[in-house]
Write a protein that binds this ligand. Structure first.
Ligand SMILES: Nc1ncnc2c1ncn2[C@@H]1O[C@H](COP(=O)(O)OP(=O)(O)OP(=O)(O)O)[C@@H](O)[C@H]1O
Ligand SMILES: O=C(O)C1=C[C@@H](O)[C@@H](O)[C@H](O)C1
Ligand SMILES: [Mg+2]
Length: 173
């Protein structure tokens, strides 16, 4: 059934996965889950703390386990962490269990939208956010594209336009 179809949002930090995902779920009467928030709820600590104690590999293990469980649900909008697509198991799981939307943002927009500190230890540790985001983007952009059913450019486009576009494609596909 259309309404029980999962929608998975992927893309870099600052692309708008959490913002758009929450609104999309509201609009379609679906449950919204953010994998970063889910990991925090399960561990009871925030993401920077997990990186500090277990390193990025520890965080990725938790992320993989969480995503493997979440994709089995039905009727969810899932916003994934910016690096979730690095693990081929996550790419396979997302591609197999829902409609995958790649929220694309230029590095310049990523820089602007990540200006405020949040759960982004990979950026907090870096002295040059632009350089870090550009490096990550070069590696990750092909991986986002590999599993995307829809690539949406978010630069200079507001949430309402993006929601409309996503709904048009999900309902048509
Ligand atoms: N289309 C948009 N236009 C303008 N600002 C936006 C847009 N989408 C998101 N933003 C703003 O950019 C910031 C980052 O958005 P958001 O937290 O949703 O990104 P994210 O993809 O979830 O990032 P992360 O991977 O770090 O969790 C927020 O301040 C949000 O309000
Ligand atoms: O781009 C990344 O690798 C990350 C993005 C965030 O969503 C978090 O999942 C974490 O900070 C790592
Ligand atoms: Mg987010």
């Amino acid at each position: 059934m259309l309404s029980s179809r999962n929608i998975f949002l992927i893309g870099p930090m600052g692309a708008g996965k959490t913002t758009i995902g929450r609104r999309l779920a509201d609009k379609r009467g679906l449950e919204f889950i953010d994998s970063d928030h889910e990991i925090e709820a399960r561990t009871g600590v925030d993401i920077p703390y997990i990186f500090e104690k277990e390193g990025e590999p520890g965080f990725r293990r938790r992320e993989q386990q969480t995503i493997a469980e979440l994709v089995e649900r039905q009727g969810i909008v899932l916003a994934t962490g910016g690096g979730a697509i690095l693990d081929p198991r996550n790419r396979q799981a997302l591609a197999a269990h829902g409609f995958v939307v790649y929220l694309h943002a230029s590095v310049e927009q990523q820089v602007q939208r990540t200006a405020r500190a949040a759960n982004r230890p990979l950026l907090q540790a870096s002295s040059d956010r632009r350089e870090t985001l550009a490096r990550l983007f070069e590696i990750r952009d092909p991986l986002y594209r590999e599993i995307a059913d829809l690539v949406l450019h978010t630069d200079h486009r507001g949430a309402r336009t993006l929601l409309r576009e996503i709904e048009r494609h999900v309902d048509r596909d």
